[in-house]
Design a protein around this ligand. Structure first.
Ligand code: PRX
Length: 665
């Protein structure tokens, strides 16, 4: 377990290598060697003795039945952790804390959109989760059933997730920013018995109705849920479909102070499915186990996030993304902390709101995304010092590359260490980080840090699978078995799990992250972007193929290619290049503008504004190889004003020039 000595809050990066002060420099270097040893030692031990290491970590949670085998990799890559052990995520996140901290805040809810705020103690959270579990049971949900949660950031969304975990139902949360076609694809894949939703969300002061999108999605989907449970926030009118649609408030009254026992699950039984984008247009359902996830999160709260029972954590993400699952809902609650759930933007009512919340709720640990910080950079810097941030120990940032100016700006501005961490929906918790709960290894700007215990991370040559020496770019890969908490399979498609993740690197049976990376002499990893067609817009992971499919559904479009293009604020934006069926549709500039607007509306309606490209340019040809493969990387380079590289395979060399012209025009 982590040592319990007071944790350092020494600055990271440049502060630790101050050349003007030799004694400080020496101390820092000594500290670094020591630190390297502790982090490295734990990492080495986790790989040389995974059973021993993870058996110790498993003591962080309650088991109703102890496990018999720590690790079963006999059917690799379908690794099973804590085989035979029975546990329950909701018990560990809620019930387990009642004895010691029933009256302590568990869930702090703040909406700057509606002005609503409310703190639920562990006892109150327990009550609400029990009620929600009783409702779901009465609506017919049993162990193993899927419950799709399509909700704004309201407490009921967390109640629903925890209630599913309580009764052994598998939740599948779909980000509220997705629209009907995205939602329908997820309904058909997950086949939920019940959907939990609400009348509307609100963003930037604007009501975003959910119910009409949900109705349209259910119409489009082949699978029909038996029941839809709706929270009426009274933000938007809501038409209820008799028999199918159920009013949450009425049910809540009806079940009263219900108590629903936890259903104990075997460790490998699924807790949830969370869809994420990949290379194809069809989203992948990342399936997570129960015991491994609970243990991995509990360990990460200590070793990586330095969270202690009684602390308050504020993750400014959304429950629709993996950060929301792991570090708004499960992680902090497993650790007996209070979690702050926030509906709102970082700039409303003003650019100080995040820091105001830190002061008001005495937040100790914050987790956000680099884009949110870049948004704040456009605000008056005085906001960073207006509030009392003395409670705050660390600011974690993840989800996209953290550029040095942004890291520097926020670190100096709030005077707190910033901790970059790298991971994926698939892994559920950090792969690369400075693990400050183990020791204060100094950070290097531009790198999320070193491999985390449990991950046998390698930078490998994409063509041979051989390990790359320091300084050589390769694919960030993980030799199996993956540690506890990582995805167990693709929901309903074991074959896809193996083919997608475990066969991508020739000559090596390893998990591919689909990221490029490079390691330096000290073992720090630098992430250099995706190897596939996934793009990262404001920390939101999107598949270009899904966007292409949506644009292609517009009758005027014959063909389209979408690429991610660098953007100073959002990291990347999607840029679409389309060929029209009938050149007459874009005869004039006004025609082009009108058609671009129509295409963007199509994406908004089908996928949601989150997937909307920044621009749609119309061209006569797309750059392809002679065998018809799109030259996406060359397109991206041209769109970013870079050299497109080797073009020997291009079929029509004028196509790239056309892209350039279209963008300039
Ligand atoms: O490309 C990497 C990027 O985001 C991808 C995973 O996104 P998602 O599944 O949404 O999970 C986000 C969990 C925080 C990765 O494959 N990415 C994530 N964190 C970083 C990052 N790129 C650079 N630096 C990071 N810290």
């Amino acid at each position: 377990m982590a040592d319990s000595s007071p944790r350092t809050t020494a600055g990271i990066g440049r502060n630790d290598t101050d050349h003007r002060q030799p004694d400080r420099k020496l101390a820092a270097s000594k500290r670094r060697r020591h630190a390297m040893t502790a982090t490295r030692a734990l990492h080495a031990r986790s790989l040389s003795d995974p059973e021993g290491f993870w058996a110790e970590q498993a003591r962080r949670i309650d088991w109703e039945t102890p496990f018999e085998t720590v690790l079963d990799d006999s059917r690799a890559p379908f690794t099973r952790w804590f085989v035979g052990g029975r546990t329950n995520l909701c018990h560990n996140a809620v019930d387990r804390h009642l004895a010691a901290r029933a009256d302590q805040p568990a869930l702090i809810y703040v909406s700057t959109e509606t002005g609503q705020h409310r703190t639920y103690s562990y006892a109150e959270l327990h009550d609400e989760v029990n009620r929600m579990a009783a409702i779901l049971q009465q609506l017919g949900v049993v162990k193993g059933d899927r419950v799709l949660i399509y909700m704004p950031m309201i407490p009921e969304a967390a109640f629903a997730m925890l209630a599913c975990a309580r009764i052994g139902a598998i939740h599948s949360v779909v980000f509220g920013g997705f629209a009907s076609v995205s939602l329908a694809a997820r309904i058909d894949d997950a086949q939920p018995r019940v959907i939990v939703s609400a009348d509307a969300g609100s963003r930037g002061g604007k009501v975003v109705p959910y119910k009409p999108l949900l109705d349209e999605a259910v119409n489009l989907a082949a699978h029909k849920p038996e029941r839809v449970l709706l929270v009426d926030r009274q933000l938007a009118p809501m038409a209820l479909t008799a028999g199918r649609d159920q009013d949450y408030a009425a049910w809540r009254e009806r079940v009263g102070a219900a108590r629903v026992p936890c259903v104990w699950l075997e460790s490998s039984e699924p807790s949830y499915v969370l869809y994420t984008s990949g290379t194809t247009g069809k989203p992948k359902g990342v399936q997570r186990d129960t015991g491994g996830y609970a243990v991995a999160l509990a360990a990460s709260m200590d070793y990586i996030f330095c969270g202690k029972a009684g602390d308050t954590m504020f993750s400014s993400s959304d429950i629709g993304w993996v950060v929301g699952h792991s570090y708004i809902v499960y992680g902090p609650l497993l650790a007996g902390m209070a979690t702050l759930m926030y509906e709102g933007t970082p700039v409303r009512p003003d650019g100080g709101i995040l820091w105001q919340l830190v002061e008001q709720y005495r937040v100790n640990i914050m987790f956000s995304a680099p884009t949110a910080i870049r948004v704040l950079k456009k605000q008056d810097p005085a906001w960073l010092t207006r509030y009392d941030l003395s409670s705050l120990r660390l600011l974690f940032l993840a989800g996209e590359p953290l550029d040095e100016p942004t890291a520097d700006w926020i670190q100096q501005g709030i005077g707190k260490p910033v901790v970059d961490n790298y991971w994926q929906t698939e892994t559920g918790w950090p792969i690369i980080a400075i693990q400050r709960g183990i020791d204060p290894l100094p950070a290097k700007l531009g790198s999320p840090g070193v491999p985390v215990y449990g991950y046998d991370l390698k930078i490998v040559d994409e063509a041979t699978g051989a390990e790359c020496p320091p300084g050589q770019k390769g694919v960030v890969a993980i030799d199996g078995p993956l540690p506890p908490g990582c995805m167990s399979t693709v929901w309903g498609d074991d074959d896809r799990f193996v083919k997608t993740y475990w066969t991508g690197v020739p000559g090596r049976r390893c998990y591919s992250t689909f990221d490029w990376g490079v390691q330096d002499e000290d073992g720090y990893i630098f992430i250099l972007g995706r190897t596939d067609d996934v793009i990262n817009v404001a920390g939101h992971r999107l598949g270009t193929r899904e966007i292409e499919e949506s644009i292609s559904s517009h009758a005027a479009v014959a063909e389209v290619a979408v690429v991610g293009v660098h953007d100073a604020l959002k990291g990347q934006v999607a840029m679409a290049f389309a060929i029209v069926r009938d050149a007459g549709r874009i005869a004039t500039q006004a025609d082009r503008i009108a058609l671009e607007g129509e295409v963007l509306k199509t994406v908004d309606r089908q996928l949601g504004a989150v997937a909307r490209p920044a621009r749609v340019f119309f061209v006569n040809a797309l750059p392809k190889t002679r065998s018809g493969k799109l030259l996406r990387r060359a397109m991206q380079a041209v769109a970013e004003g870079r050299d497109p590289g080797d073009l020997t395979t291009i079929e029509d060399p004028t196509a790239l020039a056309q892209l350039q012209e279209a963008m300039q025009g």
